[in-house]
Design a protein around this ligand. Sequence first.
Ligand code: SF4
Length: 166
Amino acid sequence: MKKILVSQCLYGDKPVRYDGKTKEERDPRFIRWKEENRLIPVCPEVDGGLPVPRTDAQRIGDQVITRDGRDVTKEYRRGAEIALERALQEEVLCAVLKEKSPSCGSNKVYDGTFEGNLIDGQGITVQLLREAGVRVYSEEELDLVEQMVTGRENIILTGMPACGKS
Ligand code: SF4
């Protein structure tokens, strides 16, 4: 069974977010993948050495800077490398990561002003995963992930692509 790399805050087993909370994903498809033991949770910020709770941070160009002005780019990069290692080890089908995060955001991130402004962009971990060819989606794109999961299983079971998919 193909695995899916997921943000640990979406997986919900540990309070890894900067505010000491989780963002447990309750979508029935996500719960089913969890019950199937398909999900591989990672938290790049904690894996990179940052504590819980921690000061929030945003991307500014290639750097990640905390609200109080500390450069945490090194920790973010280390966490991204650990996530990539895990993705490659497990030969994941794709990743489902938390939107808007400076690590895990895949379509939108905050603009670095700490005023709540979102811009098109991606987090440090997502950038590294995509550069290595891993497909990354957000928790708002589970339809696409479900298509990949069911399409893939269908190919494995029947040797044919799922109906309507090439
Ligand atoms: Fe969640 Fe990713 Fe932030 Fe960890 S780094 S708390 S997994 S969004």
